[in-house]
Design a binder for this molecule. Structure first.
Ligand code: ADP
Ligand code: MG
Ligand code: ZN
Length: 593
């Protein structure tokens, strides 16, 4: 309830902000418009940019949540030019800073950075500029480590502050402050002292990822409980979202990816995300063998090799980067036509960020995830040690096995937005008129009960079952002692059974039980917290089967597709944070529903 109250406060404040902060009659408004066009060659601002800049120019603290590629940097680049003195920018990655500084220098904006490997001469020169009144320096980028570890630098900052030259503190990827976020960086915690040390300096935090929990945490850590919060919509209208069944046979799965790239995206730029470095190596080799210009990118490759691949891709010398999530922050190629996930991501958040690298130029682009149950367990045995690892993973599994809901609406609800599926414009596989299919709901309670019976039986035999083994026993295949009298072999195909399994998992009818071997972690399945409800007959489960399909695109999608639903009444609507689009301004405001 405390959180609700907090959110409510925010919502009222945000509503006023929209009216108040998108005005054009501030003392800096003319110069802002002028420099936007002359220096940055930008004709029109995007939603939330003007509000953010006006707030920070008014020396107030602000948090901007905007999807990757939305244009957060301009919100401090431009104010930096309008302000006297220096804007300090804290950024988590040296490569991100290098990219931005290169771009700024091209625009004749004086920008510098200091990090662990900056030469002594540069450090001296930059630190002199910080405190000299006629130095041109406008933007100074530092790593959080530099702030936390260098007393000399902090001393210079204090001097700069006393001289009235510390105009603004910008914290890029501000979610790194919070342990609840996905890229927690301990040194970001140090930023908590900045408000106390420099009370007059407005703080601007930027991120693409902030659930309300992370947002509240970040505000607390930074000591800016009353900061303004702006949130831009997460909808990317030009991205087509799709999930496809992945073949269980490696060679067939590769056939399909190859065919897809060759036929639908010939000579176009794209990314294929893989679960592991080994998978990335294998997929790269396979695509190359088949004549696709592909490069590989992951953390085990030397920095020069990674940079070579990135540059070759930017220059269109190679078309496809096959990568792990190490290929991430700061990737800003405008004409990425497709992002393929060869294995599912570890969360909806990750999927959104990774697939969001497509279509920065606003042209139609495709985000295709290849899903197979076995990939869930590869991920789960990695993420189960993280605080909300499994919860996040099951969120994306729910997205994958859903066959009805608009993909956009699932993504939107993940980001606390309300989404009207009519606005999808057929840009997802469930809304696309070319892929319309009708579904039929069937009761699968008996199936689910049988699965639990098989699990009970294996427990009595002192045997642990992985998902594969469980399905095998259920189908009355495999070792005879694992087959259960009274459990009939289901007539459905393996994909259906896998879907039932995934559904039981995310609904808590079964759960994963992890065991360590010297070489790996194995996920076994055991009855979950809600198993009792099923075996006692207190809950019914039903599932939608596709009864007809009018697929016209000739791809090799598996014909039998199912979607899942439950008939139980325990689907209580939870209160959620909602972003309501204001049509007139296309800005959004936060409301509590
Ligand atoms: P992020 O929100 O991920 O930090 P960036 O600030 O890197 O995004 O911006 C992504 C791209 O969008 C950059 O190429 C930038 O020049 C461009 N951009 C930002 N604002 C605008 C705008 N108002 N109009 C056109 N392009 C813009
Ligand atoms: Mg950015
Ligand atoms: Zn849709």
């Amino acid at each position: 309830h405390e959180l609700e109250a907090l959110l409510e406060q925010n919502s009222t404040k945000s509503a006023q902000e929209d009216e108040q902060w998108d005005r054009h009659d501030f003392s800096w408004s003319n110069e802002l418009e002028d420099k936007m066009k002359s220096v940055f060659k930008i004709q029109e601002l995007r939603p939330m940019q003007l509000q953010t800049m006006n707030v920070t120019m008014s020396n107030k603290d602000c948090m901007l949540i905007m999807p990757t590629g939305g244009g957060k940097s301009l919100c401090f680049h431009l104010p930096a030019l309008l302000s006297k003195g220096v804007t300090l920018v804290v950024s988590p990655l040296v490569s991100l800073m290098e990219d931005q500084i290169m771009a700024l220098v091209k625009l004749n904006v004086a920008a510098e950075m200091l990090n662990a490997s900056t030469s002594k001469d540069t450090v001296n020169r930059v630190q002199d500029e910080m405190v000299s009144h006629n130095a041109p320096l406008k933007l100074l980028y530092v790593t959080p480590e530099k702030l936390a570890k260098s007393k000399r630098f902090m001393a210079k900052l204090e001097k700069m502050y006393q001289l009235g030259r510390f105009s603004r503190l910008v914290i890029d990827e501000v979610h790194c402050c919070s342990q609840w976020g996905h890229d927690f960086r301990p040194d970001y915690k140090f930023l908590g002292i900045m408000k106390r040390q420099f009370p007059e300096v407005p703080i601007l935090g930027l991120t693409a990822t902030a659930t309300s929990k992370v947002l509240e945490d970040v505000k607390k850590i930074l000591n800016i409980p009353n900061c303004y919060v702006f949130k831009a919509s997460f909808n990317r209208p030009n991205l087509y979202y799709e999930v496809r069944e992945k073949s269980g046979v490696q060679a067939e799965a590769m056939d399909e990816i190859h065919k897809l790239i060759k036929n639908q995206f010939p000579n176009q730029s794209g990314i294929v995300y893989c679960f592991s470095k080994k998978e990335a190596d294998d997929v790269t080799a396979d695509l190359r063998r088949r004549g696709i210009k592909a490069g590989c990118y992951h953390a085990d490759l030397m920095a020069v090799e990674r940079s070579r691949v990135h540059q070759a891709w930017l220059a269109d010398k190679i078309h496809v980067v096959v990568a792990t999530v190490a290929f991430g922050m700061g990737i800003d190629k405008p004409d990425v036509r497709f992002v393929i996930h060869n294995s599912l991501s570890k969360s909806m958040e990750n999927l959104y960020q990774e697939s969001g690298r497509a279509g920065r130029d606003d042209k139609k682009s495709h985000c295709i995830l290849f899903y197979r149950l076995q990939d869930v367990f590869k991920q789960s045995s990695m993420v189960f040690t993280e605080q909300t690892g499994l919860e996040n993973l099951y969120g994306i599994v729910a997205y994958c096995i859903d066959t009805n809901r608009c993909r956009r609406s699932v993504i939107a609800s993940h980001f606390g937005e309300v989404w009207d599926k009519a606005h999808c414009n057929g840009m997802c596989d469930h809304c696309d008129p070319a892929k319309q299919k009708s579904t039929q709901t069937k009761d699968i309670t008996k199936y689910c009960q049988d699965v639990l019976t098989v699990l009970d039986h294996s427990k009595r035999q002192d045997q642990r079952l992985t998902a594969n083994k469980l399905i095998e026993s259920w189908m009355q295949k495999g070792p005879v002692n694992m087959r259960v009298k009274g459990v009939e072999a289901p007539s459905s195909n393996i994909l259906t059974l896998e879907r039932i399994m995934a559904y039981m998992l995310i609904r808590g009818y079964i759960k994963e039980d992890f065991h360590f071997t010297p070489y790996s972690t194995i996920s076994y399945l055991v009855p979950g917290p809600k198993a009792k409800l099923l075996s006692m007959g207190m809950e019914n489960v039903s599932m939608d089967f596709i009864s007809s399909s009018s697929q016209t695109n000739g791809d090799s999608q598996v014909a039998v597709k199912k979607s899942l639903a439950t008939t139980s009444a325990e689907n209580q609507p939870k209160p959620k944070l909602v972003v309501i689009n204001n049509e007139k301004s296309a800005f959004s405001e936060m409301k509590f529903a």
